[in-house]
Design a protein around this ligand. Structure first.
Ligand code: NZQ
Ligand code: ZN
Length: 387
């Protein structure tokens, strides 16, 4: 096992009716900026619950944060934080609202030339406005991690950053707030959480059997409850397990002391920036390609995955590995998330094998994966097999 330092200060409030409890977690004298997306929270009752919970607080709101949140929009909220003197941000929505709010929190306290430097130049974040999250879409883990991924319309970039100052102080996970999600977003959430787990598990053995079994537990749970919660969106038990799986997949725990990959995500972010595909759609396309391309480097873990996740014990090593990757593709497909670019019907994706490596090069991502072996040339090969 590798050395690690694990710190996760986010208080999780899990279950029905927990939004009401936020009142006691936000300082009484705070001026709260409530941030949200395109309006789903006004249709499903979440906005009203937040309003009721904040009745003793001074608060104002900023709506309109897009899926794949945009720098241009977020900078308007930064101006609002400054002009109104808001000193607590409450993000209400999915990963995009949580991510966007983390960036608002950091940018409002940034003393460099332009907050975009936090993303483009990895400028250090030395402070952030305190933040809480009411999560309405189980997928990203953003509600209890340090990361955020932000897009810039003017340049077409989609870049990430992470800072401990951006850990939410609390996250409300009420599965009932997710009942209104369209099937596409439920499926996206299952795929995203699955791939987060794979990015931290599917590398090489690191004498970390507990982390392996944490990861395998999450994968098994998603395979079990994913189809159930898609078929019966208002059944509490299955949705609750999806929600908790998604949080645990990317709150840092399963990645302690193990090598990590993240190539699928880095390639996926460029695909979203170039073609507008949903985050999880890009992952469903790329992950199987990375696994096949990196078969030798990942051989031992692929065999473990085949046996422990899919029960594949018969056949040669190569046959077992191929069946496990095919089972992964079939699982994503069964949720309605396509695993080949052409099936999304977006013009120009046949050029992805040349365009995406060029984007990665422009951003300086020249050696992806746990061995740094996924070069732009390798990305061309990976994507050529995913058209
Ligand atoms: O904007 P509204 O109207 O709220 O609608 C949203 C949005 O259209 C809707 N939605 C959310 N909750 C709903 C709902 N609709 C009905 N009922 C509800 N309860 O769902 C749509 C998608 O929302 P979004 O927040 O974009 O989805 P997700 O949570 O999948 O977040 C994706 C973003 O997170 C980033 C992705 O790159 C992408 O930008 N990621 C963040 C990570 C992190 N911070 O650790 C890691 C991930 O790998 C990922 O990169
Ligand atoms: Zn993801």
């Amino acid at each position: 096992m590798q050395n690690f330092s694990y710190y996760n200060p986010t208080r999780i409030l899990f279950g029905k009716g927990q939004i009401a409890a936020i009142a006691g977690l936000i300082p009484a004298g705070a001026k709260v900026l409530v941030t949200y997306g395109g309006g789903s929270i006004k249709k499903n009752g979440v906005y009203d619950q937040v309003k009721a919970a904040l009745k003793a607080h001074a608060w104002l709101e900023f709506g309109g944060i897009e899926a794949n949140p945009r720098y241009e929009t977020l900078m308007k909220a930064v101006a609002l934080v400054k002009s109104e003197g808001a000193d607590f941000i409450l993000a209400v929505g999915g990963g995009s609202v949580a991510d966007g709010s983390k960036f608002i929190a950091a940018a409002a306290r940034f003393d460099g030339a332009e907050p975009w430097e936090i993303l483009a130049k990895r400028a250090p974040v030395s402070a952030a406005v305190p933040l809480g999250v009411v999560l309405t879409l189980p997928a990203t883990g953003s509600e209890s991690n340090t990361f955020a991924v932000i897009s810039r319309e003017s340049s077409g970039d989609k870049l990430g950053f992470g800072s401990e100052h951006c850990y939410p102080q609390f996250a409300v996970l009420d599965p009932e707030t997710t009942y209104s999600l369209p099937p596409r977003q439920v499926a996206n959430g299952i795929v995203d959480a699955f791939v987060h787990t794979m990015e931290q598990y599917m590398t090489y053995p690191a004498e970390a059997p507990l982390q392996d079994r944490f990861a395998e537990g999450i994968l098994h749970t998603l395979i079990e409850v994913g189809p159930q919660t898609l078929a019966h969106p208002q059944e509490y038990a299955a949705r609750a397990s999806q929600v908790w799986s998604a949080t645990l997949a990317l709150n840092g725990l399963i990645g302690c002391g193990v090598p990590q990959d993240w190539a699928t995500h880095m390639i996926g972010h460029e695909l979203t920036a170039e073609y507008g595909l949903d985050h999880a759609q890009t992952l469903a396309v790329v992950l199987p390609g990375v696994l096949r391309h990196q078969k030798e480097a990942k051989r031992a873990k692929l065999l473990q995955y085949a046996e422990r996740i899919w029960g594949i014990r018969e056949g040669s090593e190569d046959e077992r590995i191929e069946r496990a990757i095919a089972a992964t593709e079939a699982f994503f497909g069964s949720l309605g998330v396509h695993t080949h670019l052409g099936l999304y019907g977006v013009a120009g994706t046949n050029e992805a094998p040349s365009r995406i490596p060029a984007r990665l090069e422009r951003h300086g991502f020249l050696k992806l994966g746990e061995h740094g072996a996924i070069t732009p040339a390798a990305v061309t090969e990976i994507l050529a097999a995913r058209l």
